[in-house]
Design a protein around this ligand. Sequence first.
Ligand SMILES: Nc1ncnc2c1ncn2[C@@H]1O[C@H](COP(=O)(O)OP(=O)(O)O)[C@@H](O)[C@H]1O
Ligand SMILES: [Mg+2]
Length: 314
Amino acid sequence: MGKRDLLVVGELNIDLILNQIQGFPELGSEKVAQKMDVVLGSSSAIFAANIATLGVDTAFCGKVGKDDFGQMVSETLDAQNVDTTFISATDQFQTGLTVVMNYDQDRANITYCGAMEALTMEDIPWDKADTFRHFHLSNYFLQKGIQKDITAIFKKAKSAGMTTSLDLQVDPDDQWDFDYKKCLPYVDIFLPNESELLSLTGKATVEEALSAVKPVANTVALKRGTKGGMVYDKSEVIQLEAFVNDQFVDAIGAGDSFNAGFISKFLEGADWEACLRKANLTGALNTTAAGGTGAFKSLAAVKERAKSQFNQKI
Ligand SMILES: Nc1ncnc2c1ncn2[C@@H]1O[C@H](COP(=O)(O)OP(=O)(O)O)[C@@H](O)[C@H]1O
Ligand SMILES: [Mg+2]
């Protein structure tokens, strides 16, 4: 039997989104929101759902609580064709939740990490590791239970024969306590955005930051927002502009969708330029619909929009 494509390890939470709110929250007063949605949140889950839509056979390893939100997380991923066999439920915490208060283009978020902090290295299905081709981990700073083992995790994933990728995402505590010199040698594709790379390295410019990580990194795929993306590996630098999106809705999950495009093309055995082109396209597509998964309802819908809006084949 052939190997399965992808094992994702990451955080899971629900987003409770409040819209059309009377004003900013104030102690001792009550504000009314005209609209509320409860949807699947978490960048790892957006990545998994969207790469599954792109046709990649994807399994997810994560932690939820034994509650209705936990059930909703698993059911939603199931419905998006993500294998949820390795999602476990803990008694210790409730399922993670982000309350999103939307004010025009900006948002105020409050996150309860909950069960996502209880995921540890031991929860990863190592006995099945050699049945997957690729390992992706996202949102390192929110997952307290895996932080001390991050290098060991990537080392073990590599020795099980998987290729690997990592998207650290933002550190809400702004400490950036990640030993990139130790860990990145075991990461085949490192996927930061520009501001994350600057914070991680403590450098003032992207050039200096890249010089700091290059000696230890394998391939860096750098997200640059509306400027598109770049790929750096030992022997080449590739830079591609973003696809111009004149129907911008929001950028929630754009980076996760960039990752989905990049890794899906990588798994086809494509070169870095083709990976980056697809990543820029799926990142741009993400911004044409609300939320992280709105533009990824089906492969047919993705293809149709890539053609109609960007005149591209996916
Ligand atoms: N307004 C936009 N128009 C077109 N493409 C975009 C836009 N915003 C983001 N993208 C694409 O999505 C990618 C990821 O977005 P970015 O904001 O850099 O990541 P993150 O969400 O991790 O901060 C970008 O590199 C780019 O390819
Ligand atoms: Mg990101």
